[in-house]
Design a binder for this molecule. Structure first.
Ligand SMILES: Cc1cc2nc3c(=O)[nH]c(=O)nc-3n(C[C@H](O)[C@H](O)[C@H](O)COP(=O)(O)OP(=O)(O)OC[C@H]3O[C@@H](n4cnc5c(N)ncnc54)[C@H](O)[C@@H]3O)c2cc1C
Length: 368
């Protein structure tokens, strides 16, 4: 039985751990903190391919989106999966670019529809506020959002029932090799594990884990702020992007806010309090676009760091320089997590690399 250690219990590591255990590998997940404590606990969690280019990265994300639909069917119930689509409010000066993009997406087989604000309000989101009923929206019906902490705990539970062990609060501090092949791991607690393979799914810390093998993994991380707001009822039912704020539901009673303008002001901060002016800025902007949230209150804020390989593209697969060492590091990890889980488990267990993942191999970076 192949013995695999998965470093990191975010959405990517949990997905890999489950697929490996399901296929009969002996799996240990090593998490330095607790599951979903990294970027997976501080994300907008929108499953999409509409915002992805070039074509091969779009196709990967489309496969990620479809993988969710299969996973929901496979599990026969998915309280963490929230379909309903995504609405994008198109600012007037962005209309020509958006027209070109929608044409391109439709030519690529993606489902995208134009709607006016009046239609959106009538058919989809009665609580939206518009300056002009002719404002244009693009609707992507297949997109969704995910309750990521719940998905991670579900996948880890499935992995456990298939025999996996999850070790929390114990960082990996060394990876041992012999004759160019992974042999084991050392944890901060002093524990050492003998393994046949290691998967680096350490998110924005993946470069530090790669450095344990003296392998450079160039990342270009960027920080983002997500703000949780308590609201009464359900002011919004699906993911919404507007020029001033992005909003999605988080069950009845809460919405999550995000916008690149807030991200641009985070700088080096890795924690933000609920009373921070950036949270208030996002809440004020949400009040401009949503009815019924006058009494809304910020109840939480989190800064996440996007694990972005330096060329902006996913890094998935074996690193030939060290036998038994694999990487699974990516932005858009919510969209891609379950897909990467299946693809990487297949590669580890059979050596087979599906063509969709071929452009995203880790060995495109010089590895020392
Ligand atoms: C503001 C923001 C918005 C985003 N919005 C979206 C979105 O809408 N859609 C989308 O698809 N993606 C989105 N992303 C990106 C997505 O959230 C991430 O790509 C994804 O969460 C990464 O998951 P992961 O499992 O790779 O990493 P993480 O969730 O960070 O997990 C890595 C884990 O590794 C652990 N770890 C690190 N070092 C060690 C060690 N030495 N030993 C043991 N454990 C270790 C960490 O504690 C952590 O739990 C967003 C990101 C941000 C920041």
């Amino acid at each position: 039985m192949l013995d695999v250690a998965v470093v990191g219990a975010g959405v990517v590591g949990a997905s890999i751990a489950w697929r490996l255990s399901q296929a009969g590998a002996r799996v240990r997940v090593i998490e330095r903190s607790r599951p979903a404590a990294g970027t997976s606990g501080a994300t907008f969690a929108w499953v999409n391919a509409s915002a992805k280019s070039p074509r091969d990265y779009f196709e990967l994300n489309l496969a990620g989106l479809r993988e969710y639909q299969r996973l929901v069917e496979e599990l026969g119930g998915a309280p963490w999966y929230h379909p309903g689509g995504n609405l994008v409010w198109v600012a007037e000066d962005e209309l020509p670019a958006m027209q070109r993009r929608v044409e391109e997406l439709c030519a690529w087989g993606y489902w995208a529809e134009w709607r006016t604000a009046r239609e959106v309000q009538r058919d989809l989101e009665p609580g939206l506020r518009f300056p002009d009923p002719a404002t244009q929206f693009v609707f992507y019906p297949e997109e969704a959002w995910i309750d990521v902490p719940l998905l991670v705990s579900t996948l880890l539970e499935l992995a456990r029932s298939a025999g996996a062990e999850v070790i929390e609060d114990d960082p990996v501090v060394a990876i041992e090799t012999a004759s160019g092949q992974v042999r084991g791991l050392c944890l901060e607690s002093g524990a050492s594990l003998t393994v046949d393979a290691v998967v680096n799914a350490a998110g924005p810390w993946a470069d530090q884990v790669a450095a344990l093998l003296c392998l450079p993994l160039p990342l270009a991380p960027s920080a983002g702020l997500v703000v949780r707001v308590a609201v009464s009822g359900e002011p919004i039912h699906r993911v919404l992007h507007t020029p001033v704020v992005n909003v999605r539901p988080e069950g009845p009673g809460h919405v999550v806010l995000h916008h690149r303008d807030a991200d641009a002001q985070i700088g080096d901060r890795r924690a933000v309090e609920a009373g921070d002016p950036l949270c208030w800025m996002l809440l004020e902007r949400a009040r401009q676009v949503l009815d019924g949230i006058e009494g809304a209150e910020v109840v939480g804020a989190a800064v996440g760091v996007r694990p972005i390989p330096a060329d902006g593209r996913s890094c998935i697969g074996a690193v030939p320089a060290v036998g038994g060492y694999y990487e699974a590091v990516t932005h858009s990890g919510v969209t891609l997590g379950p897909l990467i889980g299946r693809l990487l488990a297949q590669e580890i267990l059979t050596g087979e690399v599906e063509s969709i993942a071929a452009p995203f191999r880790p060995d495109r970076f010089p590895r020392g």
